[in-house]
Design a protein around this ligand. Sequence first.
Ligand code: DER
Length: 223
Amino acid sequence: DGSEAAKRRAAEAATKEVVDGMVVGLGTGSTTAYAIRELGRAVDAGLDVRGIPTSYQSRSLAREVGIPLTTLDDATPDVAIDGADQFAAGDLVKGGGAAHAREKVVDASADRLLVVADESKRAARLDHPVPVEVLPDAAPTVEAAVRDLGGDPTLRVATRKDGPVVTDNGNVVLDCAFGAVDSPTDLAGGLSAVPGCVEHGLFVGLADAVYVGGADEEVTVER
Ligand code: DER
């Protein structure tokens, strides 16, 4: 459908920034998956790159398409390519895939973070529920702290598994509805200070470019 084609266009446009010898942070989600597949084709054609995955999903897809992998022990990403649940003026809500803890580490370590998205992710102000990865035993106390910050937390329930979604790190996820966020910086600071919060999905000031796949076969780049 249209949005899949738009996601693919955005991802393939961003992948053009990857040149020989680069180390690439490989984000998680369906939009970034198009970039990972495109990188696999480029590797088949002789491109010399190494990838640093951000989740079980991105690692297994990178292996499937033949991208050589490395880790942050041995390399720093020149570029990271990652998706978003919402973007507004370069700030992001991420975590739809419950991978945002490792994504933020890799994305922030990269010299350039390229976000890839379709138009449905665009917003004037961030108002998407913010995923918060939480130590399982801390869920009740983090829920209370989120309410004190003005949010409404919902434990993310798994499908085809009884109980909550469990992240690659063995934690659970609260989706926290705050409505329109006046200051992403302030809310990010408030969430980071909550004991038991492993990582939240506000990526403030991290994106260097947002590649947006439009309905009209176009890709716009917002810097
Ligand atoms: O989990 C994540 O942060 C993903 O990048 C998500 O935000 C975007 O996933 P999508 O490209 O499948 O919409």
